[in-house]
Write a new protein. Structure first.
Lengths: 440, 356
């Protein structure tokens, strides 16, 4: 580590930068509080926790700018097991989260185009195009991406991610380690758990060599414990939306999920979700809902349309509809029940195998049916996401069965999570209005 | 050419007391099925089937192999099929397997196969365990427990067919037939039993083919419709070698002696570099460039069905690698039907003209 590296990472990012971000957060909180006084006919002011969330992720990206040369960096896919990497002290960065951030800032299409200019098809995932596009463009909205020393990817969310991360491995000249997770039609069989556990065991010497450290099982156990705690807290946050009116919406959850995806198991994440819970509980006590005139409660299926988050939230609120829960945000909490069982490696293997996207269409349907009952939902809005085949395939049958078996109307809206070119505002408005009539 | 039709084979297998499995693309253990007296017949679409019903279950951005196959498997045409085997080749086929199992009312049991993406000790262990699970499932379905001898006989027959398949696929220049006939014979392996395939393949006339113009490598998933070869020939080019999922991406090592399932696991993981198992980019490009050099190809046409993500991810780097090595490169996407769009034909014309 050079003196310049040290100065930049520990002084610029961790001290001065952090102080600046804390100041920014207070400014942001002030702005959010000021919104209370403004009258919005449909939406109550957003949670103040959003500002803290922004600060946490900004801090992480700021550290990422200066981390190379001070710590080893591991990239991981959003569904990949990170506990071993955390226990070995890697600085962690997830390209999925970065791509989503670009999408939320309406920069997705810009970077997708940069990727397409280099030959990537418009028919591949827009997250992959966003991240490769940032590489080709040589810039990103977060300033600078840390160079990876190791890339860990798991296909428990899709097969596409292997191709995407392998390409990033080529562009950044970094080794790629795969955690292959066989698709589940029922709860995992022992040989499937063993397979993932064996791969985790194969990862350890690779990660030890790159980090230059020996894995401490005590530290690994601690990371597993904290990972479970943060996931359990995240589940509690989501469950608070059972209250009527819903004090937190699926759109809030899309924003607040940042730490559970990118920083799960970190003490800051645990503290953050405690704070979020307190704020939500205050809202419940005061009877404050996300939507002022909550008439209908629905489920959001699939990834969000990042570039239209607030627009969608507002359009639905105008119709008296609140998205109480999304199964997308739920998948970072539900499998955590396996974290508490058995020795750490087996617990990690079971948890990451049972990711919602690694399970059958029938399981996903059952999970949605359960949510309809638990959250008193009247409808399901399915985002048919051109960029996410594993999530979108099955929706037509799931929608049909939800309607036939539970009488729950479903709306399928075609869009793309990051590519704003695939969105027809007029068409969506018309279809949302028709959906609201069905709910009425 | 007098190749038995699929219907001929179904009739023959059934009359001999065998059962039929409709198998989705494309890596699967033939000898394991054979040991259970199950004959695999592969379903690559088929291109002539409309996908209206299949389209009722999938969004429009789904590959036509999946939508047409779903339609086909729901039709009366598969009344003689006893089982469906769906390998998890990609997100779309994985989704299809799940829809078939969970939501569609089809009479045949659906057996799935997860093919590990790596080549580490854990992947071999898993592949073996996965084959054991399938073997147990087939035993339950068929009420049959093949003896060691039955396994070894099945392996021997499939090894002989594989050996011949390899010799033909790697020696296009030794056969005096049109490209279309050559690949028709190779593709007959998609439904012919090993013995029938061997007899067809051995009857291919050998000699020095009268080929002119630039030689090509054909890469991609499946060359449907087959008159693609006629068009390439009419443009003055010919296909010297292939990297097609339905053909040369299945040049596995033969199944070894010893424990049959262990041998099958090693065999299945020995396939050449392939997009669907995420072979590292450089490894695949090195392999394909060497293959083109050996065959004397001047360029490659990558012929893909639309929305095939595994293929699409490789295209940008593959194009650069191919061009850097001094070869021509063309990537086209088709909807997998009975016709090839004129725009695609025109691009192939122009590509061959440049190479000539």
């Amino acid at each position: 580590m050079t003196i310049t590296n040290y100065f930049n990472y520990y002084i610029t990012a961790n001290t001065a930068g952090k102080a600046l971000l804390v100041y920014n957060k207070y400014q942001q909180v002030k702005r959010l509080k000021a919104m209370v006084r403004k009258s919005d006919p449909h939406l109550n002011p957003p949670l103040l926790a959003n500002a803290r969330m922004g600060q946490m992720l900004a801090e992480q990206y700021l550290k990422g700018r200066y981390v190379n040369g001070t710590k080893k960096v591991a990239w991981f896919s959003s569904g990949a097991p990170i506990e071993i990497l955390q226990a070995l002290g890697f600085f962690l960065y997830t390209p999925d989260n970065h791509a989503a951030l670009c999408g939320a800032r309406k920069q997705g299409a810009r970077y997708c185009e940069a990727s397409e200019e280099q030959g990537y098809s418009r028919d591949i995932c827009s997250y992959a195009r966003t991240d490769t596009g940032c590489f080709f463009a040589g810039h990103t909205p977060v300033g600078k991406i840390p160079r990876p020393d190791l890339i860990v990817v798991s296909n428990n969310i899709c097969q596409t991610i292997l191709h995407w991360y392998q390409a990033m491995g080529v562009y950044y000249n970094a080794p790629v380690f795969l955690i292959d997770t066989p698709f589940l039609y029922e709860d995992a069989r022992e040989y499937q758990v063993d397979y993932v556990r064996h791969q985790l065991e194969e990862l350890i010497p690779v990660a030890e060599r790159i980090s230059g450290k020996k894995l401490s099982y005590k530290r690994l156990k601690e990371m597993v414990k904290r990972g479970k705690l943060s996931s359990d807290l995240w589940l509690e946050v989501l469950y608070r939306a059972k209250a009527k009116p819903a004090p937190i919406s699926g759109f809030d959850a899309f924003i607040l999920m940042g730490p559970i995806v990118a920083l799960r198991g970190e003490q800051a994440t645990i503290d953050f979700y405690h704070t979020v819970l307190k704020e939500i509980d205050t809202r419940i006590e005061k009877g404050i809902g996300v939507v002022k005139n909550e008439k209908h409660r629905i489920l959001w299926d699939n990834l969000p349309i990042w570039h239209r988050l607030s627009w969608m939230s507002r359009k639905l609120a105008e119709l008296g509809i609140v998205v109480a829960i999304s199964n997308y945000t739920y998948q970072w909490s539900e499998p955590a029940r396996y974290m508490g069982k058995g020795e750490p490696m087996e617990a990690i293997a079971r948890t990451y195998l049972h990711s919602l996207l690694n399970r059958s269409s029938g399981y996903k349907l059952k999970s949605m049916q359960q949510m309809v009952a638990d959250f008193s939902l009247e409808g399901v809005l399915m985002h048919s996401d051109r960029s996410c085949k594993p999530y979108s395939l099955g929706q037509i049958d799931q929608g049909r069965l939800l309607k036939n078996e539970l009488g729950v109307p479903c709306l399928i809206l075609e869009a793309d999570h990051n590519d704003e070119r695939i969105f027809s505002e007029e068409q969506v408005v018309t279809r949302l209005q028709a959906f609201a009539e069905m709910l009425n | 050419m007098n190749i038995p039709t699929r219907r001929d084979i179904i009739t023959k297998v059934k009359s001999e007391g065998g059962r039929i499995a409709a198998v989705m693309p494309f890596h699967y253990p033939r000898a394991l099925l054979r040991a259970f007296n199950i004959h695999p017949m592969e379903v690559w679409g088929p291109p002539h089937v409309d996908d209206l019903s299949g389209g009722q279950h999938f969004p429009e951005y789904t590959c036509k192999i999946v939508t047409r196959a779903t339609r086909f498997l729901q039709s009366k045409s598969v009344a003689d099929v006893d089982y469906i085997l769906t390998p998890h080749t990609c997100d779309s086929l994985q989704g299809m397997a799940s829809i078939l199992k969970d939501h569609l009312d089809i009479p045949q049991p659906v057996v799935t196969l997860y093919h590990p993406r790596g080549r580490r000790p854990s992947d071999y262990t898993f592949m073996l365990a996965e084959l054991r699970r399938i073997s147990e499932e087939l035993a339950e379905l068929t009420g049959k427990n093949p003896s060691q001898n039955e396994f070894l006989t099945a392996i021997d027959s499939e090894n002989r067919a594989l050996d011949l398949f390899r010799r033909i696929a790697e020696n296009r220049h030794r056969y005096v037939v049109s490209d279309r006939d050559f690949f028709t014979v190779l593709r007959a392996r998609e439904y012919l039993p090993a013995e029938d395939f061997i007899s067809q393949a051995e009857s291919l006339p050998t000699g020095t083919p009268n080929q002119s113009g630039p030689g090509l490598m054909l890469s991609g998933i499946v060359p449907e419709p087959m008159h693609l070869f006629d068009h390439i020939q009419s443009c003055g080019a010919h296909v010297l070698t292939d990297d097609l999922a339905c053909c040369s991406r299945r040049l596995y090592d033969p199944v070894g002696t010893g424990d049959p399932l262990k041998g099958l696991a090693e065999h299945l993981l020995s396939m050449p570099p392939d997009t669907t198992v995420s072979t590292p980019y450089a490894e695949r490009f090195d392999y394909l460039l060497a293959k083109m050099k050996v065959a004397g190809a001047k360029g490659v046409i990558v012929y893909d069905p639309k929305f095939c993500e595994p293929e699409l991810f490789y295209i940008p780097m593959f194009e650069k690698a191919v061009k850097a090595a001094g070869f021509g490169f063309l990537h086209v996407e088709v909807e997998l039907g009975t016709e090839i769009p004129h725009t695609v034909l025109n691009r192939i014309d122009a590509f061959i003209e440049v190479l000539t």
